[in-house]
Design a protein around this ligand. Sequence first.
Ligand SMILES: NC(=O)C1=CN([C@@H]2O[C@H](COP(=O)(O)OP(=O)(O)OC[C@H]3O[C@@H](n4cnc5c(N)ncnc54)[C@H](O)[C@@H]3O)[C@@H](O)[C@H]2O)C=CC1
Ligand SMILES: O=C(OP(=O)(O)O)[C@H](O)COP(=O)(O)O
Length: 338
Amino acid sequence: MVKAKIAVNGYGTIGKRVADAVRAQDDMEIIGISKTKPNYEAAVAHQLGYDIYAPAANLGAFEKAGMPAAGTIEEMVEKADLVVDCTPGGVGEGNKSLYEKAGVKAIWQGGEDHSLAGFSFNAICNYEQAVGRDLVRVVSCNTTALCRAIYPIDKELGVKKVRVILARRATDPNDVKKGPINAIVPDPIKLPSHHGPDVKSVLPQINITSAALKIPTTLMHVHTVNMEVDKDCTVDEVKNIFGSQPRIRFVGQGMSSTAEIMEFARDMKRPRNDMWENCIWPESITVGDKEIYFFQAVHQESIVVPENIDAIRAMMELESDGAKSIEKTNKAIGLYNK
Ligand SMILES: NC(=O)C1=CN([C@@H]2O[C@H](COP(=O)(O)OP(=O)(O)OC[C@H]3O[C@@H](n4cnc5c(N)ncnc54)[C@H](O)[C@@H]3O)[C@@H](O)[C@H]2O)C=CC1
Ligand SMILES: O=C(OP(=O)(O)O)[C@H](O)COP(=O)(O)O
């Protein structure tokens, strides 16, 4: 089988995980990753056997550091069928002309605007519409989790409106520069936060607004979700709907916080403690007067990783059926939630 040739431009929190997840698949291969500087992350990428590509001006620095680059980022892009752009939010849009010039397909992450790709992706919601597309944006971590939870409820019960409050982790665990370390920050103060409108970029029919607060933690985000639905339902029916989803995990057995969920991921020996699934507390699911309430936790560093793999598979036309791609991706990375 000819494998799709994938490059990862930007090897940070998301990029390193996407690269490893591509490696785990049998229908695609990593032809290179990009690093701007020969730091510790580049050294590990080198040890892992990735071909590293760098900005032309920095090739000498990689040579000097004993990890010679395989070429420039432009050369990497030329060799690929598809580039997964995992550069910081707002940087990726500057790479569009590079990808267009090379005639490669491109995926951007949620830090870029919907208009950059013109199509925002979530595997459960709109896989089939991504088949054969050249440009796709995988929505952000919080939006991914909301889409995964809202879509099946809308399908079964009809969603009238969604109201969500997000407690957002301040920054990622490796980030020494950002805070807050002793404050709760309405972010943004002007409502709604971008998450509600972002869900609509995938599910335009959903009436949703959101508010977000940044809190001093790095582990996960937590959502308080309220959905008003068209049909009467019971807690068990809602549990059955969530329970049938391939990327929703129920958390209990003493896991009463994000800290314990992360410990669970460590104990399961997940790579980098990754928890790719929405983590819903079944005990929190409350129903009354056609309204559903629940809490879910979101591991921001990893939740979008399987979605990137499915987006690749759809765009490269390696699989036309979303459910089959999701199953294949989950199996290859080790996501078993039942
Ligand atoms: N970290 C998170 O929790 C999540 C991030 N995202 C989105 O994913 C994207 C990437 O975010 P992170 O991985 O967190 O960022 P990051 O800062 O951890 O990694 C970005 C990487 O790109 C490199 N880089 C910077 N400029 C570059 C350039 N011009 N060319 C090549 N590489 C360059 C940086 O050196 C760094 O290694 C953003 O759009 C972000 O909004 C989405 C979901 C969750
Ligand atoms: O995509 C994310 O969050 P979001 O869904 O709130 O946009 C990531 O947690 C990155 O957020 P950041 O912009 O605080 O680094």
